[in-house]
Design a protein around this ligand. Structure first.
Ligand SMILES: [Zn+2]
Length: 111
């Protein structure tokens, strides 16, 4: 990986983290406890609780990805970064630009 590529990847990770942080904040807001007398348009309480469940699981996956991106950012300057942990082949930059937090190449992910 060239320095320019590494730089692009760092920017990509930072940008993804910004988006995720905003998502986490928004999701945290949306899972605040629902007041028992909440009357919100046509949404019934059961629907709200259902939505809340979806938001909670979205929140968890956003937080998990955020943690992985943070650790990718810490690893990015090391010589091992971008090397598949299974086959030890370089992971294509195209893949890293989509999922910078990945530890495996596509081939090893599938097996
Ligand atoms: Zn591999």
């Amino acid at each position: 990986m060239t320095e320019a590529e590494r730089h692009r990847l760092k920017e990509k990770i930072a940008a993804d983290m910004e988006i995720l942080k905003a998502d986490v904040d928004a999701l945290r807001d949306s899972i605040k406890p629902i007041p028992p007398d909440a009357a919100i348009g046509r949404l019934t309480r059961m629907e709200m609780i259902g939505n809340k469940g979806i938001c909670e699981s979205n929140l968890r996956s956003a937080q998990t990805r955020l943690t992985k991106l943070e650790s990718a950012l810490k690893r990015i300057d090391s010589v091992d970064f971008g090397i598949c942990v299974e086959c030890e082949e370089p992971i294509p930059l195209k893949r890293l630009m989509i999922v910078p937090e990945t530890l495996r190449c596509v081939h090893c992910m599938e097996t």
